[in-house]
Design a protein around this ligand. Structure first.
Ligand code: MRU
Length: 384
């Protein structure tokens, strides 16, 4: 293993030196549920607004936006300021608190406003089921609280959203420890996209495994795929791990096969956006390719995801809606202030944001409820 570099981490292949970070509005929250010095999203102590870390500006700027309205939160989710399946679930839950804030009318008008807010948030992104799951939980609470005073309704919804957030972080810690038990000291873990604290509103699912393994005293290191087109791996995974002093080596997505063929990967761990009853897993575009390569090279391919990512109403992967994003993301390369065009004018592009890895390519799925291994519908049902 190479010597520590300026960022305090070791890397044999391509050392990452992050540019100087500029801090904009820092996280000023007395008790962030994320449990870290940064957080994807937090509800302010007085319940009157939220702080959203604008992930579009990472890693060059760590800037928090004060989000105070449900429409503003919907826009933050749609534009990937807050992203990652569990994080957008938590953000939507807090968005429902924001929807309740201006509502001083009777139970019927409050209920109508909550349903309108829920519909607005649910329409932002189609693949991650955590969004609909969190909104459903908040609507249940809104029904229970509808007859109370406006202040009591907001307090009740805030309590529900915070406990949902706490549960997601606790789930990550639990499944992280479960997978970490299978990780050998010195292992190199490949991950795709960002399934870290930024994506789960604290600790992380795939990166939670890395954190848990290190907490067990294991000297693990990470290979992060850059994850085109939006570069969640290069920008967020590298940022989080470098911040924690965890060794991380960045590769382009096209380097996975070569690295695996040379014995440079011991296991793969990724997160998920939706898991069907069959155990088929939707995750960031490119995950399916990594899973195929892992199978060819006989490398374990693990998925770590909270139960909120399972959709028992969805029979199989083919039924999972796949978000189609703006082709401009493919035709351009993201920069600090937007994007620079890399393809000639007039060229078309496709941009499916997620793909589906069939259950047969997944070695095991880890959740806070236990391990699914082998990955079969019976195994999923056993935890339901
Ligand atoms: O488009 P994004 O950045 O929201 O996609 C995120 C992913 O695909 C993550 O891998 C997934 O949500 C798992 S996060 C724990």
């Amino acid at each position: 293993m190479g010597a520590p570099n300026d960022a305090g981490h070791r890397s044999d292949l391509f050392p990452i030196t992050l540019p100087t970070l500029k801090t904009g509005l820092v996280l000023r929250h007395p008790d962030p549920i994320s449990g870290a010095l940064y957080s994807a999203v937090e509800l302010l102590p007085d319940n009157r607004g939220t702080l959203v870390l604008n992930q579009r500006r990472l890693p060059l700027e760590e800037t928090y936006e004060h989000v105070v309205g449900v429409d503003h939160m919907a826009e933050a989710i749609r534009t990937l300021k807050v992203r990652g399946a569990p994080s957008i679930g938590v953000a939507a839950a807090y968005g429902m608190v924001l929807a309740a804030l201006p509502e001083t009318g009777d139970a019927a008008s409050f209920t109508a406003a909550m349903h309108a807010g829920g519909a607005l948030l649910a329409a932002t992104r189609p693949t991650a089921v955590n969004l609909a799951w969190a909104i459903g939980k908040m609507l249940d609470r809104a029904t229970t609280a509808a007859g109370e005073s406006p202040d009591a309704r907001v307090a009740s919804l805030a309590e529900c959203a915070r406990s949902l957030h706490r549960a997601e972080v606790a789930a990550c810690k639990k499944m992280g420890a479960l997978v970490a038990d299978r990780v050998k000291d010195g292992a190199t873990i490949l991950t795709h996209c960002n399934a870290g604290a930024l994506a789960t509103a604290g600790f992380g699912s795939a990166l939670g495994v890395v954190r848990a393994a290190r907490a067990q005293g294991k000297d693990v290191r990470v290979i992060a795929c850059e994850t085109r087109p939006v570069l969640q791996g290069a920008r967020m995974t590298a940022w989080e791990l470098a911040k924690d002093g965890i060794p991380v080596t960045l590769i382009t997505d096209s380097m996975v096969a070569q690295l695996m063929a040379r014995g440079g990967v011991d296991l793969v761990v990724v997160g998920a956006d939706r898991i069907a009853r069959s155990g088929d897993v939707a995750n960031k575009i490119g995950t399916y390719g990594v899973a195929c390569l892992a199978r060819v090279h006989e490398i374990p391919f693990y998925v770590a995801a909270p139960w909120s990512t399972f959709d028992m109403d969805c029979a199989r992967g083919a039924d999972i809606p796949i978000e189609q994003r703006d082709p401009e993301e493919v035709l351009s390369f993201p920069t600090r202030d937007g994007a620079v065009r890399i393809a000639p004018e007039g060229v078309s592009a496709q941009n499916p944001s997620f793909d589906v890895t069939p259950a047969r390519l997944v070695t095991a799925i880890f959740t806070e409820r236990g391990v699914i291994d082998p990955v079969t519908e019976a195994g999923v049902r056993a935890l339901a």
